[in-house]
Ligand binder design. Structure first.
Ligand code: WTA
Length: 657
C-alpha cells in the first residue's frame, strides 16, 4: 500500500521541559525513552515476569496466583493469574479507606456550576457496603447480572462497586440509549435487577431516565426489582410492587459488607458495544486482568502521582468511563473527577473552569469536544488558570493535527504532555500511546505500543505480516494481554470469529493503521461497518435494522461521512416499499432515536428509488460514500453493478436533498 501521505511534514514535539524539571513536578515514572524501551522490551520478551511482578505491586490478593498466563487466541481460552483470588471493590476502596479514609476519591462536578461535592475513600467505602447490602438483601448473589442505567452521579460509581463487592456482574447501559436499546441489553444479559435514577440533567436538558426504564421493562418479565436513585426529586412514575427508592433502602443497611472473594477469571462486567452485525455484543471483562491493565496504564500513561487530581470527561456508560473514571484511578487510590455536564454548559469555558477550580493535573477528553471548543475560540480558555495541568489526553477517534495543535498550544500552553491514546472496549485499557515523560509526540499519531502490547501490521487481503517499518495495513496483536475481553456474552463463537479468525494467531482490532519511519503508529479508522460519531461507536447495520422497522421502508443503507466537529456523521439511504410514494423523513429519524438513541440519528436521510448493488445483491456503500462526499466523478469501476443506470438518478437525488 502507498505510504505517500506519511510524508506530510509533521512537527515532532519533545517532552516538555517543565515535566522533567524536578523542582516543579514529580519525576515522571517513565522518565526517558530508554526507560520506556527497556520496560517495553521486558514486557514483550517476558510477559509472565513483567505482569506477575505488576500484579503483586498493584493488586491485593486474598490468595496468591499460581500461574501468570495460560491458554491463547486460538480457542479464546486466555487465562491470567490462575489460582489467584481477589475482590475488585476491596482493591478499589477498602485498602485506600483503611490507609487514608479522608482522602478524596471522587469529586462530583454536577451539571450546575457551583454544585460540586467530594466523596472521601472512607465515605465511598460505607456507601458501597451499604448498597451492596441492599442488593444482597434482595437476593442478588455472585454471578447474577444487573443493568445500570444511571446519569453521571457518584451513586453510579457506588452501584458499580457494590456489584463487584458481591461478585455481581454489572452491565452498564449509557443513559443516552433509548428504551428499546436498553431492553435489548437487559434481555440479552438476562439482568434481573436494574439500578437507575429518577431523571438526569445534562446542560439545559432533562433526561427522563425512569420513564425510559419503565418503557424498556414492559417486555422484560424477568426484572424483579428496580432501584431508583433520586437525582432531581421530580415526580416520576413509581411501581411500588417493583420499584424501590435508593435512599430508603440504604437507610436500612449497615455500612459494612464482606467482599465476595472471586477467582481471577470470574466475570467483572459486561459492556455492550457495536460491531459489524446489527446486534450489539456483550463484551465480557474479568476481574484480575482487567483491573491490572487499567491500573498499570492509569499510573504510567497518565503519569499519576500521589496528590494529583485526575479528570476524565467521558461518560461512565462507555468503556473510557469504566476504565479511566472508575477502575484505573480507584485501584491507584487516586482522586477522580466525575463530570456531569457538557463542555459548553453554561458556557464553552466549563471544562477550563472545572480544571481551575479543582486544580486538575491530568485531563482526558475526546477529539470531538476539542474540535467543538476550538470552533468557539480561545477566548473561552484564555484567562483560566490551567497551570495545574501536566498531562492532557485524547481518546475515541483519530485526532487531526490541527485539533492536536490547538489542544497543545491553547489548553496545554506547550507545557503539557499531549497523549493521544488508542484503545477499544475489547482491549480494556490503552494499547497505543505516548508516555508523558518519555515519548516525543507527533500530532495525529498515537505513537507507540503500551506495555505488553505486541503490535503487528497485516496485509488486509493476504493476512501476511508486513515487517518493514514504513507500511500501511490493518492493526493486530500477537500475544494476549491481561485486560483483553474474554468472550462475547453467550456467544463465544462470535468472539472467536470476530477477533481471532480473520487472521490466524492474531487479535484483529478492526482498524487500519500506518507505521512511519520512526516506528510510530497512525490509526486511520475502522475497516468494518463501524462508524464513529462524536466518539460514540455505532454500527451501520444496527442503524439500518432500526430504519427498516418503519412500515414504509423496504431497504436501508447507512454510511459514515466526514464531519469537522463530530468526526463522522450518519447518512442514511432508504428505498420505499411498493405503493408507498413518500414518507416523512422525520419519522425515519425518530425510528432510529427509538431503536438506539438520538445520538445515532442520521444527519441526513435520502429516499431513493434504488440502492447500488452488485449482481449478487450486495449494497455497494462505497459508491454511496463517494456520492455524498462530492466525489461522484471518482466512482471507479461500476461494471460489477447490477444496474449502472441507477447511478445518475442517485447522484441527482443526493444533490437535490
Ligand atoms: C477508535 C474507545 C484513533 C478506533 C476507547 C477503535 C481511536 C474504536 C482512538 C474503539 C485514537 C479509539 N485514535 N482511533 N486515539 N481511540 N479509537 O470501543 O476506531 O468505544 O477501534 O473504545 O475507536 O471504540 P470504543
Amino acid at each position: 500500500m502507498s505510504t505517500d501521505h506519511l510524508k506530510i511534514k509533521i512537527i515532532s514535539h519533545p517532552v516538555p521541559e517543565r515535566l522533567l524539571d524536578e523542582s516543579k513536578n514529580p519525576k515522571p515514572h517513565i522518565h526517558s525513552i530508554e526507560r520506556y524501551k527497556e520496560l517495553y522490551q521486558e514486557s514483550i520478551a517476558n510477559p509472565t515476569e513483567f505482569w506477575g511482578k505488576h500484579a503483586n505491586e498493584f493488586l491485593h490478593w486474598d490468595k496468591p496466583f499460581e500461574n501468570v498466563l495460560s491458554g491463547g487466541f486460538e480457542h479464546g481460552d486466555v487465562f491470567w493469574f490462575k489460582g489467584g483470588k481477589l475482590n475488585a471493590s476491596y482493591n478499589c476502596v477498602d485498602r485506600h479507606a483503611i490507609k487514608d479514609p479522608n482522602k478524596v476519591a471522587i469529586i462530583y462536578e454536577a451539571n450546575e456550576p457551583g454544585q460540586h461535592r467530594s466523596i472521601t475513600y472512607g465515605q465511598l467505602f460505607r456507601d458501597v457496603c451499604r448498597f451492596a447490602n441492599v442488593l444482597k438483601s434482595h437476593g442478588l448473589k455472585k454471578g447474577d447480572t444487573v443493568a445500570i442505567y444511571m446519569p453521571m452521579v457518584p451513586e453510579a460509581v457506588v452501584a458499580f462497586l457494590a456489584c463487584t463487592r458481591l461478585g455481581v456482574i454489572h452491565s452498564v447501559v449509557f443513559a443516552g440509549f433509548s428504551s428499546e436499546a436498553l431492553r435489548n441489553r437487559i434481555r440479552d444479559a438476562d439482568s434481573r435487577f436494574v439500578i437507575t435514577a429518577d431523571e438526569g440533567r445534562r446542560g439545559d436538558k432533562t433526561i427522563h431516565i425512569k420513564k425510559i426504564v419503565d418503557a424498556a421493562l414492559k417486555e422484560c418479565p424477568n426484572v424483579k426489582r428496580v432501584f431508583v436513585f433520586r437525582r432531581t426529586g421530580s415526580e416520576v412514575p413509581f411501581d411500588s410492587s417493583r420499584d424501590l427508592w435508593w435512599h430508603e433502602e440504604i437507610e436500612k443497611q449497615r455500612p459494612y459488607c464482606p467482599p465476595e472473594i472471586m477467582d481471577s477469571e470470574d466475570p467483572l462486567f459486561l459492556l455492550y458495544t457495536s460491531g459489524s452485525t446489527g446486534k450489539p455484543k456483550g463484551i465480557l471483562h474479568t476481574v484480575a486482568g482487567y483491573l491490572l491493565g487499567t491500573a498499570v496504564t492509569f499510573k504510567y500513561v497518565f503519569d499519576y502521582h500521589e496528590g494529583d487530581v485526575y479528570g476524565c470527561m467521558a461518560d461512565i456508560g462507555w468503556i473510557t468511563g469504566h476504565s479511566y473514571i472508575v477502575y484505573g484511578p480507584l485501584i491507584n487510590g487516586a482522586t477522580t473527577v466525575l463530570f456531569e455536564s457538557t463542555p459548553i454548559y453554561p458556557t464553552p469555558s466549563r471544562y477550563w473552569e472545572t480544571v481551575e477550580k479543582h486544580k486538575i493535573t491530568q485531563f482526558y477528553t475526546a477529539p470531538t469536544a476539542i474540535r467543538l471548543l476550538r470552533k468557539y475560540g480561545r477566548e473561552y480558555v484564555d484567562g483560566r488558570d490551567l497551570s495545574s495541568l501536566r498531562v492532557i489526553g485524547s481518546v475515541g477517534e483519530p485526532i487531526q493535527p490541527e485539533a492536536w495543535d490547538w489542544y497543545n498550544e491553547v489548553v496545554g500552553r506547550n507545557e503539557c504532555a499531549v497523549i493521544d491514546t488508542y484503545w477499544q472496549t475489547e482491549t480494556g485499557s490503552i494499547i497505543v500511546t505516548p508516555f508523558p515523560g518519555a515519548t516525543v509526540t507527533k500530532p495525529g499519531s498515537a505513537t507507540l505500543p503500551s506495555f505488553g502490547i505486541d503490535l503487528a501490521i497485516l496485509d488486509p487481503i493476504t493476512g501476511k505480516e508486513l515487517e518493514e517499518t514504513e507500511v500501511e495495513g490493518v492493526l493486530a496483536i500477537r500475544q494476549p494481554w491481561p485486560s483483553m475481553a474474554r468472550t462475547i456474552y453467550n456467544d463465544h463463537g462470535l468472539y472467536l470469529k470476530t477477533y481471532f479468525q480473520h487472521y490466524k494467531n492474531y487479535y484483529f482490532t478492526g482498524d487500519s493503521v500506518g507505521r512511519d519511519a520512526d516506528g510510530y503508529y497512525w490509526i486511520r479508522g475502522r475497516v468494518d461497518d463501524v462508524i464513529n460519531v462524536s466518539g460514540h461507536r455505532l454500527s451501520t447495520a444496527e442503524i439500518e435494522a432500526a430504519l427498516i422497522i418503519h412500515p414504509s421502508v423496504a431497504e436501508a443503507a447507512v454510511i459514515g461521512i466526514h464531519d469537522d466537529i463530530t468526526g463522522q456523521s450518519v447518512h442514511a439511504f432508504a428505498t420505499l416499499k411498493q405503493l408507498q410514494e413518500s414518507v416523512d423523513v422525520k419519522e425515519l429519524s425518530l425510528q432510529v432515536s427509538k431503536g438506539i438513541g438520538s445520538f445515532a440519528s442520521p444527519r441526513k436521510i435520502y429516499i431513493v428509488k434504488d440502492l447500488p448493488k452488485t449482481r449478487s445483491g450486495k449494497i455497494m456503500r462505497r459508491i454511496l460514500r463517494k456520492i455524498v462526499s462530492g466525489e461522484s466523478d471518482q466512482l471507479g469501476d461500476l461494471s460489477t453493478l447490477s444496474d449502472p443506470s441507477s447511478i445518475p438518478i442517485l447522484i441527482e437525488t443526493v444533490k437535490n436533498s
